[in-house]
Design a protein around this ligand. Structure first.
Ligand code: HEM
Ligand SMILES: [Cu+2]
Length: 552
């Protein structure tokens, strides 16, 4: 397919200029850039909403918003962060990096790739427009549970349509990722020689193909309940609102791994680079990724312990949830073992990666706590849950994205970022993240419910601390934006092709900035200087011997 494209005149010519370059983009790097900027814009939008929530919660009583609007804020914040920020950011990284890392000239379906991206802005617009229609935006939480979602105004219809578009985009993006990985790897790169980021992207894409239609089905049933006389979820008509929860969480739990597995992949690229050792236990990482993906389909009931289910079902979901700790533990063990006796340096990407390992583990542990059915009966719908999933999503997914941006920014822009400011961004985020979210564990244990604009007086001090933390955290993200723009404009100077001494995947074999077209003829893996072959051979042998050949 790429052969034909190349003999076709004009393909090699300079790309379109101005807006046409982006609107008609088929180049994986351009599309990756679009995804990443879109995700960042959504991150800021969802972030402003989070700050509106935290402003209201700084003190008890109602200061800024009516309760109805407060609920719209939490709902939109959740939907925008999940579907608008985290997921598109990972797809953007996959677009930018997979062809480079696999030695492929582009993604498999370049035009579909364009469409996948351009479905996102209309979807985001629908969500934001819903704020301005009668009844306002959806307010029943990002989980869209009926009966609230069945009774809501037309903002809910806009959200449903938005979710349809987002799902379509995800499915097409996934088809592209799967096909690219399965069919377009450079000769000699067997599946078990792929960088781990490719593995996690592959498994994530399969998860998405499996569950995006389930979510689409759930919201479509909601739509027909709302407008076309069905009663899937209406008890009055013989339906059952709990059915929605089953369908939603059959999507929803794999969804949390859709936001976690790519993060695992990124961290598994970065830690070996800065520890200057090959990834410890590569094959076990692949198995762990697949195990997590399979188990993620069997645990949805842990979100529903409180709806009333037989004790056997509770035990089933509880034990399977706990079982996920095993492959996750394998991963954490392998990251630590990779660092063990490595020659580590702590540039910004490594700091964010280590921050990820520490804080994601905190989120994992609070998840284990919540998986205990009798405990969850107490804690569900409290701030403990909010603390738990922000450790996984902010210190997990988001930190891994920051790590990835600092790691690959030299490759994208051709310039080095300012290390001091990068480190400052890390420490600032690390401190204020914990100030924001750690007290929420205590609030939850003390019984403060989530999704409320007002609270009992005894919760005041921890809420004030969390709100101060949130505003400081938010401020720090402007520094991130500054760092990125500063780098694009020249940073602290040009970046070499291989800015990280220990980086030995294929993207470091092409110049910085990566030219518009790369790997038009696939690399010969046997000639790659510090390439994957050496890495793959090593992981088949004993991986605890010193890896001196990785030191330049
Ligand atoms: C770092 C800045 C962030 C702050 C200060 C923040 C704060 C909050 C707050 C205060 C709530 C409302 C809790 C409630 O009343 O139930 C919330 C909900 C939520 N947040 Fe965040 N958040 C942040 C980032 C993120 C990110 C990056 C994600 C990524 C996916 C995320 C996902 C969610 C979700 C899914 C909800 C649940 C919404 C719902 O209740 O329906 N948040 N957040
Ligand atoms: Cu779950």
């Amino acid at each position: 397919m790429h052969q034909a494209a190349h003999t076709h005149g004009g393909h090699e010519a300079a790309y379109e200029s101005g807006w046409a370059r982006w609107l008609y983009a088929t180049n994986h790097k351009d599309i990756g850039t679009l995804y990443l900027w879109f995700a960042f814009a959504m991150f800021l939008t969802g972030g402003v909403m989070a700050l509106c929530i935290r402003a209201e919660l700084f003190q008890p009583g109602l200061q800024f918003w009516q309760p109805e609007f407060f609920n719209q804020l939490t709902t939109l914040h959740g939907i925008i962060m999940v579907f608008g920020a985290i997921m598109p950011a990972f797809t953007g990284l996959a677009n930018w990096m997979l062809p480079l890392m696999l030695g492929a000239p582009d993604m498999a379906f370049a035009r579909m790739n364009n469409w996948s991206f351009w479905l996102l802005p209309p979807a985001a617009a629908l969500l934001l427009i819903s704020l301005f229609v009668p009844g306002g935006a959806p307010a029943g939480g990002w989980t869209l549970y009926p009966p609230l979602s069945a009774q809501a105004g037309m903002g809910m219809d806009l959200a449903i349509f938005s979710i349809h578009l987002l799902g379509l985009s995800s499915i097409m993006g996934s088809i592209n990722i799967i096909t690219t990985i399965l069919n377009m790897r450079a000769p000699g790169m067997t599946m078990l020689k792929m960088p781990l980021f490719a593995w996690t992207s592959l498994v994530t894409a399969y998860l998405l193909i499996a569950v995006a239609p389930v979510l689409a089905g759930a919201v479509t049933m909601l739509l027909t309940d709302r407008h076309f006389g069905t009663h899937f979820f209406s008890a009055a008509g013989g339906g059952d609102p709990v059915l929605f929860q089953h369908i939603f969480w059959f999507f929803g739990h794999p969804e949390v791994y859709i936001m976690a597995l790519p993060a695992f992949g990124i961290v598994s690229q970065i830690i070996p680079t800065f520890a200057r050792k090959p990834l410890f236990g590569y094959v076990s990482m692949v198995y762990a990724t697949c195990s997590i993906a399979i188990l993620s389909f069997m645990v949805w009931g842990h979100h529903m312990f409180a709806v009333g289910m037989p004790a056997t079902a509770q035990l089933f979901f509880m034990f399977l949830t706990m079982l996920i700790a095993v492959p996750t533990g394998v991963k954490v063990f392998n990251w630590i073992a990779t660092m063990w006796q490595g020659s580590m340096t702590f540039e910004t990407p490594m700091l964010f990666a280590i921050g990820f390992v520490c804080l994601f583990t905190v989120g994992g542990f609070s998840g284990l706590v919540l998986s205990i059915a009798p405990v969850d009966t107490q804690m569900q719908d409290t701030y403990y849950v909010v603390a738990h999933f922000h450790y996984v999503l902010v210190a997990g997914a988001l930190f891994s994205l920051f790590a990835a941006v600092y790691y690959w920014l030299p490759k994208w822009t051709g310039y080095m970022y300012h290390e001091g400011r990068g480190k400052f961004h890390f420490w600032w985020s690390m401190v204020w993240f914990n100030v924001t979210f750690f007290p929420m564990h205590f609030l939850g244990l003390a019984g403060m419910p989530r999704r409320i604009p007002d609270y009992a007086l005894q919760f005041t001090s921890f809420n004030s601390i969390a709100s101060v933390g949130a505003f400081c955290f938010g401020l720090g993200q402007l520094l991130f934006l500054y760092n990125v723009i500063h780098t694009i404009r020249g940073g602290v100077g040009p970046a070499p092709a291989r800015p990280w001494e220990g980086g030995n995947t294929l993207e470091w074999e092409v110049p910085s900035p990566a030219p518009h077209h790369t790997w038009e003829s696939p690399p010969d893996l046997t000639t790659v200087r510090r390439g994957l072959i050496a890495q793959a051979v090593e992981h088949e042998g004993e991986s605890d011997e010193p890896k001196s050949e990785n030191r330049a």
